[in-house]
Design a protein around this ligand. Sequence first.
Ligand SMILES: [Zn+2]
Length: 425
Amino acid sequence: MKNLFFVLLITLSLPIFSQSTIIKCGNLIDGKSNQPLGKKAIVVEGKLIKEIIDWDKIPASATVIDLSTKTVMPGLIDCHTHVLLQGDITSEEYDAQLLKESIPYRTLRASVACKIALMNGFTTIRDVETEGAMYADVDLKKAINNGVISGPRMYVATRAINTYGHYGIGNGEYSWELHMPKGIQEVNGADEARKAVREQISYGADWIKIYADRSYYKKSDGGFGSIPNFTQEEITAVADETIKSRKMLAAHAMTPDGILYALKAGARTIEHGTALNEECMDLFVSKGAFWVPTLTVLDYVAEERAKLGSTSYLEMFQGVKPQFKKALQKGVKIAFGTDAGGFDWQKIPQAREFSFYVNYGMTPMQTIQSATTVAADLLDKRGQLGEISKGAFADIIAVDGDPLQKIEVMEKVVFVMKDGKIEKQ
Ligand SMILES: [Zn+2]
């Protein structure tokens, strides 16, 4: 007891920085400010950021991580990934993963994808469906949270929902005698749709993902059309059950036919949204919804799919640049999302997406905000994620060079801290 009292006395008498780590930043971008903050130091205590101080306030005795030659930023957030997918330009590549690989094998591959994401500087991902791997994303999230494997903090959508016969593996693609596995949970009617939402949430879904439209084509007026997958009753049931359960709805939608009814039903995010028009943009703004453009994957698949005879992706992709600019001007909230997994995790860095956004009209700072504060807002985690500020999680990365001058430096993250723990140095 006497010893305990002695330890307590010593602990109480130590200066405030004694149990902290201090990160000395060459230039700090905090995710919130429109200008970099220059030479600063971040005081990290446990999992959290305690405060931001000037260099001259760093005590001589402090434990210092020296990033004084680097640009330091909040850990990045990718709002659209599939860790359980390893690239699928063609349906053959997709089918092979569902038919030839067991879910345990796919989960092992996914654990590598999780590690890649973290090493890329993405300390948080929203993984928007397992593509037939059931609830393996919930297991991956659990393994990461328990320290079994290293990876980003995950928000998961589990199986995703579509209506019967409208998602791969297509019934007509193999012998009709075979019962093919599906990349999503199929539903018919409002009751089944509601049941699927309840089921997925009960198994650990943080988000509900739907596929709102399919079968894309160019219309005579130059716009794009599609077939909405859900009846009004079905999509209303999905959205109602999701929102009532305090979860959020993500909708894959490429054209106005899909985007408009998904937003009206209550989708918080539109995934891809490539052929959006001004009516969609206005609805995004009035609903406060987010557009997750995933340009890296479109660039990756569009040319190849066109060569194989499916030109609609390429046509939509070619038209998205002016729409992106217009959406930006109108104040649509654009959140960073890549669709990694739709392209090979090993081949393309997720940070390639930054260059597209710059080429399409964002300032480099806006692109960084799209992957930090805007993405945190999408996740409803402002103040906790995507910013360097007092009380936020100590998710911190660094790059060599200045991303505001050369955005490509985001593709080479040299330091990663997540939850106050160094993951890469
Ligand atoms: Zn996707």
